[in-house]
Ligand binder design. Structure first.
Ligand SMILES: [Fe+2]
Length: 246
């Protein structure tokens, strides 16, 4: 079984299209999406429509999905993020808003091996930023693997014999062999707004036959995404940050 796992698309159509194109020739059996389909960038309707074509797909909601569909107040967002949420609310169709409202709250166990969540397995909005957060998170899921997003930073946390190790993914391609006795928390990074100073989109592929998880970074048509942001009248900082990967 080959899973393509991605998070934090944030209305970036060009990034989503680039991954779709990449996946076409790689025999992906299922997709897993970890939340935040909308917010920040300028193609919410297109991204909602595209993601529904990736089947089968397992999904949870993110905080921006909740805010856009009226399930979370704007107070917890910075002014630029809030401006994009208000713009997205005014832009998406009723049908697409209903789709966002129907996204499930994490964590979700998609099978006996894999749990998925947006933030942390004990709180969908909590950020796992380091090993101390990860230590706590390991107590809140029972599967071997938990995939999470929200921070937009590609990371691995490995738990062996009550010790947690953090691995920062700094290369454009990185492969992890799954060990028999270990458990894992894995963040695939962000598709639509990477924040590790690498502007390339980020995702992972989990191959259950080889027992390997591979982190990938790909270039995409970033200037088109920036043009859409500016044409939509969204804050220009949202276009600038994409090129910097922040
Ligand atoms: Fe996000």
């Amino acid at each position: 079984m080959k899973y393509l796992i991605f998070s934090d698309v944030h209305s970036n159509l060009e990034a989503l299209q680039a991954v779709e194109f990449y996946a076409r020739s790689r025999k992906i059996d299922a997709y897993i999406f970890l939340g935040d389909l909308v917010g920040y960038n300028a193609s919410p309707n297109e991204c909602i429509q595209h993601i529904q074509k990736l089947t089968p797909i397992f999904m949870v909601r993110g905080n921006h999905d909740k805010a856009v569909s009226g399930q979370e107040p704007l107070q917890s967002f910075n002014p630029i993020a809030a401006a994009a949420i208000i713009w997205t609310r005014d832009t998406i169709s009723t049908q697409n808003k209903l789709f966002l409202m129907g996204l499930k709250k994490g964590p979700q166990e998609i099978n006996k091996e894999i749990t998925i969540c947006h933030g942390a397995p004990y709180d969908e909005d909590y950020y796992i930023f380091g090993p101390f957060d990860a230590v706590e998170a390991f107590y809140h899921f029972s599967t071997k693997l938990c995939f999470f997003g929200h921070t937009h930073l590609p990371r691995i946390y490995i738990k062996r014999n009550n010790m947690v190790e953090e691995i920062l993914i700094e290369k454009d391609k990185f492969q992890l062999k799954i060990e028999k006795e270990a458990r894992y928390l894995i963040n695939p990074g962000s598709l639509g707004q990477p924040r590790d100073r690498n502007p390339k989109l980020s995702f992972v592929i989990y191959n259950t036959t080889t027992n390997k998880i591979t982190f990938h970074r790909l270039s995409y048509n970033l200037s088109q995404t920036q043009s859409r942001i500016l044409q939509a009248g969204l804050p220009s900082a949202l276009a600038d940050r994409l090129a910097l990967g922040i």
